[in-house]
Design a protein around this ligand. Structure first.
Ligand SMILES: NC(=O)c1ccc[n+]([C@@H]2O[C@H](COP(=O)([O-])OP(=O)(O)OC[C@H]3O[C@@H](n4cnc5c(N)ncnc54)[C@H](OP(=O)(O)O)[C@@H]3O)[C@@H](O)[C@H]2O)c1
Length: 268
């Protein structure tokens, strides 16, 4: 495994994304991931699968696991931060989450209130670290002024550069978690990614993940739902690309954003 340092904590740089995993598939996928060696799981209130993720992690050594969930946009008031997080903990079957994120900066005007409530949860031991998701670099700087924000989770893959977010995150000692790191499957069809994969007897998905993990302070949370895909993605932590290959992957940047709802901020 590779690790990043998040407020001094060693966190597995490769985790499992669970968006769109539901019911028995979710429970079995999470349990299989743990069996294969994953120790970092990402969910959200909005995914409707926290109880299934909870069933999947049941029986595992909680202290060894890094578990993230996210506050939905209707849960950003002080009262809802507290009550919805308690509901999340109940569903997940745990006393704390390692990382609680504001899922979207949809109510950025009240971010101070939300972050203060998250700080109270941290004080109470219900969460270990405070983070955000889909924040622009300017929003990140403002959030960092208000609270010890440890992470920004954003879409990041070879077709979407995140230089401004990365620079702001590094300046404030935060890690960046790359979501949709496989560009939701699109990396599989790219010629350059395939050429590099062939040179290493690896798969295109592994190349995209290795490119992310080679970057300082970057974690990746690919979603997979078969044992084969889970195994393949985890093995990407052992793939080392050359400087030339990393540069060729940097050059694939084309501003291709996949997750872009109407409520999204003015992206960098
Ligand atoms: N914060 C946010 O707003 C936000 C937004 C989007 C996503 N996320 C998080 O990031 C996670 C990952 O992003 P994502 O789910 O959008 O996309 P992704 O991880 O880039 O791609 C997932 C897709 O790739 C396929 N796949 C996975 N491993 C593969 C492999 N080894 N070979 C071939 N295909 C493979 C999966 O298929 P199978 O299922 O068939 O394996 C699935 O169709 C989410 O699950 C979620 O936890 C967060």
């Amino acid at each position: 495994m590779r690790y990043v340092s998040l407020e001094g904590r060693r966190v597995p740089a490769l985790g499992l994304g669970t968006w769109e995993l539901e019911g028995a598939t979710c429970r079995e996928t999470v349990a299989t991931a743990l069996e294969l060696g994953y120790r970092h799981i990402d969910t959200a209130q909005g995914y409707g699968n926290e109880a299934d993720v909870g069933a999947g992690i049941d029986g595992s050594d909680r202290e060894e696991l890094f578990l993230t969930t996210k506050l939905g946009t209707s849960n950003l008031s002080t009262q809802r931060v507290h009550s919805s997080t308690r509901e999340s903990l109940d569903k997940l079957g745990t006393d704390y989450v390692d990382l609680l994120l504001i899922h979207w900066p949809a109510a950025f005007e009240r971010v101070d209130e939300t972050l203060s409530a998250m700080a109270e949860l941290r004080e109470a031991g219900a969460i270990r670290h405070i983070g955000v998701s889909n924040f622009t670099s300017a929003q990140l700087v403002e959030a960092a002024r208000l609270a010890p924000v440890a992470c920004n989770q954003v879409e990041y893959h070879p077709f979407l550069g995140q230089q401004a977010v990365l620079a702001a995150a590094r300046e404030h000692d935060m890690v960046v978690a790359a979501y949709s790191p496989l560009a939701r499957g699109a990396v599989m069809d790219d010629q350059t990614v395939n050429d590099i994969a062939e040179a290493h007897d690896a798969t295109p998905g592994q190349v995209a993940l290795a490119w992310l993990l080679a970057q300082d302070g970057v974690m990746a949370i690919p979603k997979a739902s078969s044992r084969e895909h889970l195994q393949e993605n985890l093995a990407a932590v052992d793939l080392r690309l050359t400087d030339d290959e990393l540069a060729r992957l940097d050059d694939l940047e084309r501003g291709q954003r996949i997750i872009d709802p109407p409520s999204a901020p003015n992206w960098d």
